[in-house]
Design a protein around this ligand. Structure first.
Ligand code: TXA
Ligand code: MG
Length: 348
């Protein structure tokens, strides 16, 4: 099956075949796995060769560290030097779940490529039965970057992973579409003296942490001031971008956007909730509707929609995508959409 590090056939495993997937992962094969956020590209975090291969098949810059996926906090205790006072509370409240914690770790535990030269490693326990069974059965911690080609929208279905990585990895554990649709919240708690800092917004929000635990968390400066260098290496790269140009549209601007499309005779794709899609369908070339008009549905459908419209049969000049207010889950949604749209609104 394997020759020169190339896998010829990528298997599709169901949850009933998780044992075979786990054995493959443990022995060094690359296994894509489902989580509640997006699909991850799993490799044994202790094996340099396998971790290096993850960077290769994704085309990922080598200075971008990987998240280590674990089955619980007890496992993390073996790896971390000193915990932040908020660590236990955050874990009790949100694990398993879409919260990744950046911690200062003991040296030499993981393959050195995992930390990409940093003194910290990030950990997360995914809220997905298939992936927890995979990790438990494999008995090793697994790196898990999103299972897409670097720079493309993250995969939220088996088909997306297969589109990007077919023939390059050993297999994909298929558990249907993911529930949330954007990657986990990354929080830096590596300095016990400092307040936790959100490096990447996700479904666990700053407002929610304050409300649930009374803990104040701040945003990394680059999230407030885009010209600032992000503390999380991955956030500096252009991300989530389909090939087609994307422009954001505020709710009040849809009529003006459609007029602009008609005046310029553009072939436009629209990514929005059913209320907008129903209104604009007659005047646009393609629509991808979220299941309802909520920000949760928009977040769940964002990457699938960008991918689908990018591959629409009629080539599109532009994708118009619905903007949402930047509060609660809207912060994570807009963080991803703004990158896909290179920060541009249709009328600016
Ligand atoms: O939801 C998720 O987090 C998904 C699923 C598969 O678990 N994984 C994911 O991994 O999004 P990835 O590699 O695509 O994104 C990890 C992000 C990158 O922006 C990376 O720079 C940052 O986390 N990161 C990882 N380790 C870090 C560290 N030690 N310090 C700062 N940032 C870190
Ligand atoms: Mg990613």
């Amino acid at each position: 099956m394997k020759g020169c590090g190339q896998t010829v056939e990528t298997k599709r495993w169901t949850i009933n075949e998780v044992d075979e997937a786990a054995e493959t992962l443990k022995e060094g094969g690359l296994v894509a796995f489902p989580t509640e956020t997006v699909y991850g590209l799993g490799a044994n975090a202790m094996m340099s060769n396998s971790v290096r291969r993850v960077f290769e098949v994704k085309g990922r810059p080598s200075d971008n560290p990987l998240i280590v996926h674990v089955t619980g906090f007890e496992q993390v205790k073996d790896y971390v030097k000193v915990f932040h006072p908020a660590a236990q509370e955050l874990v009790n409240m949100y694990w398993p779940g879409p919260l990744t914690l950046v911690c200062k770790v003991k040296l030499g535990l993981f393959a050195q490529e995992v930390a990409a030269g940093l003194a910290t490693v990030s950990f997360r326990m995914p809220d997905n039965e298939a992936s927890l069974r995979l990790l438990k059965k494999a008995g090793v911690p697994a790196v898990g970057p999103s299972a897409n080609t670097s720079g493309k929208p993250s995969p939220t279905t088996y088909e997306h992973v297969s589109h990007d990585l077919q023939g390059k990895i050993a297999g994909i554990l298929d558990d249907g579409p993911t529930k949330i649709g954007v990657e986990s919240t990354v929080i830096d708690i590596s300095d016990p003296e400092q307040e936790p800092v959100i490096l990447r917004p996700g479904a666990i929000t700053r407002e929610q942490i304050k409300q649930d635990l009374g803990i104040e968390v701040h945003y990394d400066n680059h999230l407030l001031e885009p010209s600032d260098t992000p503390k999380s290496p991955g956030m500096k790269y252009k991300h989530y971008a389909p090939d087609t140009k994307v422009l954001m549209v505020k709710e009040k601007d849809w009529s003006a956007a459609v007029d602009w499309v008609k005046e310029n005779r553009l072939s436009a794709g629209v990514l929005a909730g059913p209320a907008v899609c129903d209104k604009v369908r007659a005047d646009t070339a393609a629509t991808f509707s979220y299941s309802d008009n909520s920000v949760e549905a928009a977040t769940k459908g964002l990457y699938a929609g960008l991918r689908a419209l990018d591959e629409a049969q009629l080539p599109l000049d532009v994708i118009l995508a619905a903007a949402f207010p930047e509060e609660n889950l809207g912060v994570a949604y807009m963080n991803r959409l703004k990158k896909a749209a290179a920060q541009k609104y249709f009328n600016e």
